[in-house]
Every structure is written in structure tokens, then in C-alpha cells.
Ligand binder design. Structure first.
Ligand SMILES: [Cu+2]
Length: 319
């Protein structure tokens, strides 16, 4: 009974583990993802060339020199073998050299900042991670979406990535690499879908309370025309929904499990404003300090006028 239960648990967990592959990095649908999967497999197999013999030999030696073994040849003078030395040094050196070359080449090839070549002009999408949702701005099309990313299959997409506040990581496992989104700076990623489909996207970096609901569908349309139709539909159906700088402030407020939203118009330069936000805030702070300095000098006048409501800590500083 216990054994049957154990078998059932083992079977269930195997099924679970295998179903984990579906839709993940081991089931790639884009060129970058396919190349990365091959890299994972090659690196794993190369390392198994060492790991498997070590495991086999460990078990073999334990069995060969077991306590009850009586007729094994005893060789106390044996201490060195050039053949064994050659094997244990040469094999790892060769593996490290091969891994090194593969790493060097693939690091250049799969550089997330490098545009995908030979597939024509790329589409640009500006990605902003908010607490806790994803904003996608299409600067060339002048539209934006929340928690839904649409692009044509077989067209390279350039993602410009930033964050409103908390650090997140933009990740569509079936298409390839994840890249961090960080406030006050822009990171880049180039991906392509080799076939149409809907792929899961999420943040690969924990970012707080609403993190689990911070998911989106990445939809690759079969054709460019299909994508163009989606764009014109968004424009037509959401023309009243305009993502202005002011609306963005509202959108940026923390919220969880956000439904998909569409914006038929977006203010020019919104992404740039988000990236530069902290630089501007810094400028404002200087201004504030400046005003406060003036305020200090003018405090007597202000006090005399008695019309200035100031926080207590501030007035204490002045006394
Ligand atoms: Cu950074």
C-alpha cells in the first residue's frame, strides 16, 4: 500500500516535472530561444562527460573494493599512473576549452543588445514595468497596451525596457533571454517569434505584493497584415483612451491583477519622460532646496505676514 502510494506520488511528480517543460525555455518558439536551448543542452552534455564517469566509477570502486571481497589483488606499492594522470587532466582541459569557445561565440551571437540580422526591419516596443503590471508602448504606431504584447511572427522586435520604480525582469521564456527593467535607465532586448502563437510573459524578478499577477500574453500574429489590423482596431476601439503624461501618473499607481487595457493614443516621448523621471526629480529637489534657502532668508518676513503654513520640523529648523 505504502509502495503503491509512493509510486503514485513519483508518477504524479514526473508528469508535473515534464509538463513544466511545455511553454518554458525547453520549448522555444523563437530563434534566440532555440539557440539558447541548444546552448543549454551542449553545455549539459559536455559536463556529463565528466559527471557520468565519476558517478559510475564511484559506485564501481565501492563495489570492487568492498569489505567482503577476498580475492582482489593487493598492490600497496602502486601510487602513480601516467595514463590516469593524462586522462584526468586532458579531458577536463579539452571540455573547458570547448565550453570557453562556445561561450565566447554565443555571448557575441546572442547579445541581447544586438539587433537580429537578416530578417528585415524590426518593430520597436517600449516596455515599462509598473507596480504591478506591464505597459507596452508602440512609438511607431502611437498606441499602448497594458498586460498584452502583440507583434508579428518572423519580424524581429526591439524592446526598450525601463521600470517605473521597482526592479523587474522582462521574460518571455519561449522566445529567449530575460532582461532586467530598472528605473532611471533603459535596457534592451531583441527577440523574434519563428511561428505565430500566444506565449506566456512575466517578471522574472520578484518585485513585491502584486508580483504574481504581473503576467501578460505575448501574441505573435501569423502575418504583418494581422498585426496592422490589430493596431488599427486598438486605434479605433480605444480612441477615447489616451495615454497622456497625466494619465500615466494615474496608471503608475500600485494595482494588482490588472486586466488587459488598450490606449488608442500615446503622448510622444512618454517613455523618455519615464526613463528621465529621476533626473527631473533631482532637478526639482535642487529647486526646492533653493526655494528653502530663500525661505530661510525671508523667514522673518513670512513670520510677520503669518500666512505661511509650514511643517513643524521645518519651523524648528528655522528657530
Ligand atoms: Cu542597471
Amino acid at each position: 500500500m505504502l509502495i503503491r502510494n509512493l509510486c503514485n506520488i513519483a508518477l504524479a511528480s514526473t508528469v508535473l516535472a515534464l509538463s513544466g517543460c511545455k511553454g518554458g525555455i525547453l520549448d522555444p518558439k523563437g530563434q534566440i530561444g532555440i539557440d539558447e536551448k541548444n546552448l543549454i543542452i551542449i553545455a549539459t552534455v559536455l559536463m556529463l562527460l565528466v559527471v557520468v564517469p565519476v558517478i559510475v566509477m564511484t559506485l564501481y570502486f565501492a563495489w570492487k573494493y568492498r569489505d567482503t571481497q577476498t580475492h582482489e589483488i593487493y598492490a600497496p606499492k602502486w601510487a602513480h599512473s601516467n595514463k590516469i594522470e593524462a586522462a584526468v587532466w586532458a579531458v577536463p582541459i579539452v571540455i573547458v576549452i570547448i565550453l570557453g569557445v562556445i561561450t565566447w561565440v554565443s555571448t557575441q551571437e546572442l547579445d541581447p543588445y544586438k539587433p537580429i540580422e537578416g530578417k528585415g526591419k524590426h518593430l520597436t516596443v517600449e516596455v515599462v514595468s509598473l507596480n504591478w503590471k506591464w505597459l507596452f508602448i508602440y512609438p511607431e504606431q502611437g498606441i499602448a497596451t497594458v498586460n498584452e504584447l502583440v507583434f508579428p511572427a518572423n519580424v524581429p522586435v526591439e524592446y526598450k525596457i525601463t521600470s517605473e520604480s521597482t526592479m523587474n525582469s522582462f521574460f518571455i521564456p519561449q522566445l529567449g533571454s530575460q532582461i532586467y527593467s530598472m528605473a532611471g535607465m533603459e535596457t534592451k532586448l531583441h527577440l523574434i517569434a519563428n511561428e505565430p502563437g500566444t506565449f506566456k510573459g512575466f517578471s522574472a524578478n520578484y518585485s513585491g505584493a502584486g508580483f504574481t499577477g504581473m503576467k501578460f500574453n505575448a501574441i505573435a500574429t501569423p502575418t504583418q497584415a494581422g498585426f496592422d489590423k490589430w493596431v488599427s482596431d486598438v486605434k479605433a476601439n480605444s480612441s477615447a483612451n489616451n495615454l497622456t503624461h497625466a494619465n500615466y501618473v494615474e496608471l503608475a499607481k500600485a494595482s494588482e491583477n490588472n486586466p488587459v487595457a488598450y490606449y488608442g493614443k500615446v503622448d510622444d516621448g512618454l517613455f523618455h519622460t519615464i526613463v528621465m523621471k529621476y533626473m527631473q526629480a533631482h532637478g526639482d529637489m535642487n529647486k526646492k532646496q533653493h526655494v528653502m534657502g530663500e525661505h530661510g532668508q525671508m523667514s522673518k518676513k513670512h513670520q510677520a505676514m503669518d500666512e505661511h503654513s509650514i511643517p513643524s520640523s521645518h519651523s524648528q529648523g528655522e528657530e
